[in-house]
Design a protein around this ligand. Structure first.
Ligand code: ADP
Ligand code: MG
Length: 566
């Protein structure tokens, strides 16, 4: 017998039949019915407070799971906010499917409610953007948008949902599945002659280096990359989100002598990282101008960019290509020992870092390194060895220093501001991580400025029952704070643009949402708060008042750049 089914039910069932069990977003007219239909269908709707954060969350869920996260938002301004997440997903190669409501088709050029040509607006940031013309088009387009987001280089796709489609009805006489899960993304192997060439080039290297990027983490290629590394003994460098693909604790991790390792390499095997600003374009002065870079990437257009050699690049899945390299000669290859100068530099830098972080608390304002050591050791004392910790970090110094302070021995355990240095991703990423991996401990280490972009999402985490520990590294400023006297009423100079309100009480803000709040300005307080926060198994915000760093100059080492050739 046929019955009337609503467009919103068709949308929800299309999502469910693709295998989707979580949707992140914010409701309003006309998508509230879609969210309700999703919940009725058995999909959890994680309701956010801002479309930016919701879409960041969906994209991190995509990065962690390897299948697109889904973000559902209202039209017009909702889409404009969500574009931040679309662009960030495109820049980072995270799979995400964005769905947004839009005005009824017949009102579209009349100045309708939240009117915007959303398909056109989404196009520059998406791999595919479309609008169904009728309810029966929905399952087909939903499947295409979902699959396109993660086949090939992952990114964002967009589907527009006009109100008349959401509210439309069709007559159907079947309960059968509207879609099927497209399964894992298909993988390709490398071209055989390029594999042989890569082996030859590596075998001839005097100072080879392996660089592991977040593509290797996203591709879940850790088993093959570790095997290649343990057979060849290649010294390696992870990019910030490539950390943990090979354990950070490995003796051949050159992170502590990063600059020297980059500069002295004559052959680089680059696994899933672009030669963008994070890797100084692969160019001099940070790299040897004659370095040969063997790039491995699933995206052919990436090969040869900047200092990459178009002749040496290999298109293929990192896991499969690593196996091919081993089968074609690399399994019997052993990298030459690392240069003495680099080994010394590495040893010295490790010692220096240990000294800085081990400074006792003498009553002076505490510093990042001391705080991070305290957090690391406190977590080490309370978190069972079998429990995975996902670290989320954003900010400037907060993020950079946390990268070196926290060793990662498993992949996909660091989510940070990423390719576009996007501030405001932290809370969304933390919520996504806890939703995707509920057994993990989620620890967010946030600069006070970065935290401010999405601080209200604490309420989302509390309401959604997603426990996590959030540290706000509070120096009352962007980059660094200013002298407290600058805040006095009679101060004559205006505050610098980097200043934030002195010692904001973020822990009290958190308490107002039902989270645990702690204030810590000594290492002992950081320790006690950490232990209590983890034990509470709730959302906890630890407001860590740190040295303002007011006497420091603003420096951006990574900006030291190459000059155009002409
Ligand atoms: P990082 O931030 O670590 O430098 P990037 O985001 O710049 O990394 O680069 C990641 C690269 O990895 C992208 O160019 C992407 O196409 C590629 N990639 C993603 N998954 C795979 C995979 N399974 N095999 C090969 N390359 C991959
Ligand atoms: Mg700050």
């Amino acid at each position: 017998m046929s019955s009337e089914v609503s467009g919103s039910k068709i949308i929800a069932k299309s999502l469910y039949d693709l295998g989707i069990r979580h949707v992140f977003g914010i409701v309003g007219i006309p998508v509230i019915e879609v969210a309700e239909a999703c919940i009725a269908q058995g999909i959890k709707f994680v309701a956010f407070r801002n479309e930016q954060a919701a879409t960041y969350a969906a994209s991190a869920y995509g990065y962690l799971t390897g299948k697109p996260g889904v973000s559902l938002v209202v039209g017009g301004p909702g889409v404009v906010h969500a574009l931040a997440g679309a662009e960030n997903a495109k820049a980072n190669g995270f799979p995400v499917m964005l769905l947004a409501g839009s005005a009824e088709s017949h009102q579209r050029v009349k100045g309708a409610f939240q009117q915007l040509d959303q398909v056109s607006v989404a196009q520059p940031y998406t791999k595919f953007a479309a609008q169904p013309a009728s309810v029966p088009d929905v399952p087909f387009l939903m499947e295409k948008a979902y699959r396109t987001a993660y086949f090939g280089r992952p990114g964002c796709t967009y589907l527009d949902l006009p109100a008349d489609i959401i509210q439309g009805k069709i007559s159907t006489n079947s309960d059968s599945a509207l879609n099927t899960d497209p399964g894992p993304a298909p993988k390709t192997m490398g071209e055989p002659n390029r594999i042989e060439q890569a082996v030859r080039v590596l075998q001839s290297a005097k100072s080879p280096l392996l660089i592991v990027g977040k593509g290797a983490a996203y591709g879940k290629c850790e088993k093959e990359v570790r095997e290649l590394h343990s057979r060849t003994k290649l010294p390696f460098l992870p990019t910030p989100m490539g950390k943990g693909v090979i354990p950070d604790d490995d003796d051949l991790n050159m992170s502590a002598a990063r600059s020297a390792a980059l500069k002295s390499a004559d052959v680089i095997l680059l696994l899933g990282a672009r030669l963008n600003w994070i890797l100084h374009y692969g160019e001099a002065p940070r790299f040897d101008p004659n370095v040969k870079i063997i790039q491995v990437d699933i995206h052919p257009e990436e090969l040869g960019n900047n200092a990459g050699s178009p002749h040496l690049g290999i298109v293929g899945d990192i896991g499969l290509v690593c196996q091919q390299l081993l089968q074609n000669g690399l399994s019997s290859y052993s990298a030459p020992p690392i240069l003495k100068s680099i080994a010394e530099k590495r040893g010295n830098n490790i010692q220096k870092a240990e000294k800085v972080e081990s400074e006792p608390d003498t009553g002076k304002p505490i510093k990042y390194q001391q705080v991070y050591k305290t957090i690391r050791e406190s977590l080490g004392g309370i978190v069972p060895k079998t429990q995975n910790i996902v670290y989320v970090s954003e900010g400037a110094n907060t993020m950079d220093i946390s990268r070196t302070s926290f060793s990662l021995n498993s992949p996909r355990n660091r989510l940070d501001a990423g390719t576009n240095a996007t501030m405001g991703v932290g809370l969304g990423y933390a919520i996504a991580a806890k939703q995707a991996q509920p057994d993990d401990l989620v620890v967010a280490i946030e600069g006070d400025s970065a935290f401010g972009f999405s601080a209200v999402e604490i309420e989302t985490a509390v309401r959604s029952k997603l426990p996590m520990v959030i540290y706000v590294m509070n120096n009352s400023g962007v980059y660094h704070g200013v002298d407290p006297s600058a805040y006095q009423e009679d101060a004559t100079k205006p505050l610098p643009p980097t200043a934030l309100q002195l010692d904001s009480k973020y822990h009290i803000l958190a308490e107002s949402f039902g989270a645990k709040g702690y204030l810590a300005s000594t290492l002992d307080q950081v320790k006690t708060a950490t232990l209590e926060a983890v034990k509470s198994n709730q959302v906890a915000v630890i407001n860590v008042i740190i040295d303002s760093g007011k006497d420091k100059k603003l420096e951006f080492g990574w900006m030291a750049s190459t000059k155009p050739k002409l």
